[in-house]
Design a protein around this ligand. Structure first.
Ligand code: ATP
Ligand code: MG
Length: 539
């Protein structure tokens, strides 16, 4: 592709609304343009990278036996009403009406649509297992679209769904998809980790998120410094065994007294379903409401803003395990106490793991200590079970001829978010830096001075010979100064640069790597073999 008329508008300055590197650079280098908050066009460079990512994803999924289909983005409301998600999904679901006033949703996800599709077609255990997937545009009216492609309102997802006649079949598909995801993200050159995630209170089934490690990530991962244990901090179990210090217990008294945070008792009043529950955690810890939800098997947990006197409260009191360690503790606020000895003074119904894990806590697998890192969720694998098939009456006949709900799994990859994550992990202060597997072009050929006859002739010739080797070449044939060309090349981030300059007459050009900045001179006769070697090195 000749750059002189390539649709690649670059910008000198960062767009005002772009807070993170990948967003700034993808706009500046001319990969994407914003059309509305969280809604983007992919310009030719961006579209090329998108297609490369999709092709890595397709190749691995097809290899795993998954079959590609394509479902509509516009989905009838009735399907969402069947599962109850028309109400539950809330304002994130974009809704519209047709000319007959019939309600529709723009697909935020496709569980309903695909379940309605298979319930009419999969009727026997003999037709399963089957894994279906699509690469498609999703719509979510996110409360805070931001960070460019990382959190869009229109974005591209690969979503896969598997269908089974037994739990073992589902386990196998889940493991297969897990392995396939690891292959995909490795090929894409990402530094990532699969982490145990929260499946929501209702199912309690297995789910893992694939996280690209990055300081701009919105999720925090707790991982072991000695094993491969990793979990979303929302999920990580705290396994500390608490014991009381050997001190004498004083008499309980009203009013405040100074104590260290690990002797303070923080109280949170929650409405769990319709019951009032008072939850106690230590002053140096933070309550994790997801653990309360999972304990009660409900999504309906609300904070109630109300001062409570722990001695007079007549609802249920539950406490985090660490509360057991407190001797002569204190409760602050309007109804303060000191010299509180929880097991003696408070009617605690049960002790449970209810707090967020912290750095330095033991890893739940017993190996090493917990460390935190930030991550971008690029994919998720999920054992859905029969939630959707039961709600929508998707049954099959088992070997005994009895109707059973189809057992399902679902597996998503955020294609456009992954593009941004790759950009974020690899970019430097000068620009983007694409891994060979997804780069928009393999080689950036730069003619320093196109008005110079030798340079122009040699560059034109190399443009043909390099392309003959099946490399995709971006050829900077513009009448720009060398400085402008190099700056743009760094910004765009093609892995290998070939520069035709002063030594063109001698048949010598310069080859430079974008990642390391290393460069060397090479004679034109040797260029193709040198490039070949570089490509092998860069994968
Ligand atoms: P998040 O917690 O980040 O909102 P999610 O749990 O809602 O993600 P899923 O419903 O599991 O996401 O969707 C599958 C994948 O789609 C995610 O792993 C992520 O890579 C991608 N994704 C989700 N929401 C967005 C978005 N608003 N913009 C871009 N990609 C997204
Ligand atoms: Mg979301």
């Amino acid at each position: 592709m000749k750059q002189s008329n390539y649709f690649n508008p670059t910008l000198r300055d960062n767009p005002a609304d772009a807070e993170i590197k990948s967003h700034q650079l993808l706009v500046r280098a001319g990969f994407i343009r914003q059309n509305a908050a969280g809604i983007y066009s992919y310009l030719p460079l961006g579209k090329k990278v998108l297609m490369k990512i999709e092709s890595v994803v397709r190749e691995e999924l097809n290899d795993a036996g998954a079959q590609e289909l394509l479902m509509p983005a516009i989905q009838p409301a009735e399907l969402w009403q069947e599962t109850g998600r028309w109400d539950v999904y809330g304002p994130e679901l974009m809704r519209l009406k047709d000319r007959h006033d019939r309600p529709f949703a723009l697909g935020a996800t496709h569980e309903e649509l695909i379940t309605s599709l298979v319930r009419d077609e999969l009727s026997s255990y003999k037709q399963m297992p089957v894994i279906l997937y699509q690469v498609q545009t999703k719509y979510r009216d996110e409360r805070r679209p931001r960070f460019g492609l990382l959190r869009g309102r229109e974005f591209i997802m690969k979503d896969a769904y598997s269908f089974h006649s037994s739990e073992e079949q589902l386990d196998d598909a889940y493991d297969l998809m897990h392995e396939t995801y690891s292959k995909i993200f490795t090929k894409l050159g990402l530094n990532f980790r699969p982490v145990v995630a929260d499946s929501g209170a209702m199912g309690g089934k297995d789910t893992e998120e694939f996280m690209a490690l990055s300081s701009v990530g919105e999720d925090t991962i707790a991982y072991s410094d000695e094993s491969d244990y990793a979990a979303n901090t929302e999920m990580a179990e705290v396994t500390v065994e608490y014991s009381k210090p050997d001190e004498s217990e004083e008499a309980l008294a009203k009013g405040e007294a100074e104590t260290s945070p690990d002797r303070e008792i923080h109280t949170s009043l929650l409405k769990v379903n319709d019951e009032l529950v008072l939850v106690l955690v230590r002053g140096d810890h933070e309550l994790n409401e997801i653990k309360v939800k999972n304990l009660y098997g409900t999504d309906l947990v609300e904070n109630v803003k109300q001062e409570i006197d722990v001695k007079e409260f007549d609802g249920t009191i539950i406490a985090d395990n660490a509360i057991k360690s407190i001797v002569n503790g204190s409760i602050k606020g309007a109804t303060a106490y000191h010299n509180v000895n929880p097991e003696r003074d408070l009617s605690i119904e049960r002790f449970e793991d209810l707090r967020f894990i912290q750095e330095g806590d033991p890893s739940p697998d017993g190996k090493g200590k917990i460390v935190f890192a930030e991550g971008i969720e690029i994919g998720q694998v999920f054992k859905l079970g029969t939630k959707y098939s039961e709600a929508m009456g998707a049954t099959y006949l088992n070997e005994g001829g009895k109707a059973e709900p189809i057992i399902m799994g679902c597996y998503g990859i955020g294609i456009s978010r992954t593009l941004a994550a790759i950009a974020e992990q690899n970019a430097d202060e000068n620009g983007l830096n694409w891994p060979m597997s997804v780069t928009p072009f393999h080689v950036h050929l730069i003619a320093i001075n196109v008005k110079n006859e030798d340079q122009k002739t040699l560059s034109d010739r190399l443009y043909d010979t390099i392309r003959k080797e099946r490399y995709d070449v971006l050829y900077d044939d513009r009448k720009e100064r060398a400085g402008v060309k190099f700056k743009d090349a760094d910004l765009i981030g093609v892995p290998i640069r070939v520069v035709v300059g002063k030594k063109a007459a001698e048949g010598i050009v310069e080859v430079k790597r974008r990642d390391t900045g290393e460069s060397f001179e090479v004679s034109v006769d040797e260029l193709n073999s040198k490039l070949q070697k570089l490509f092998e090195q860069l994968g």
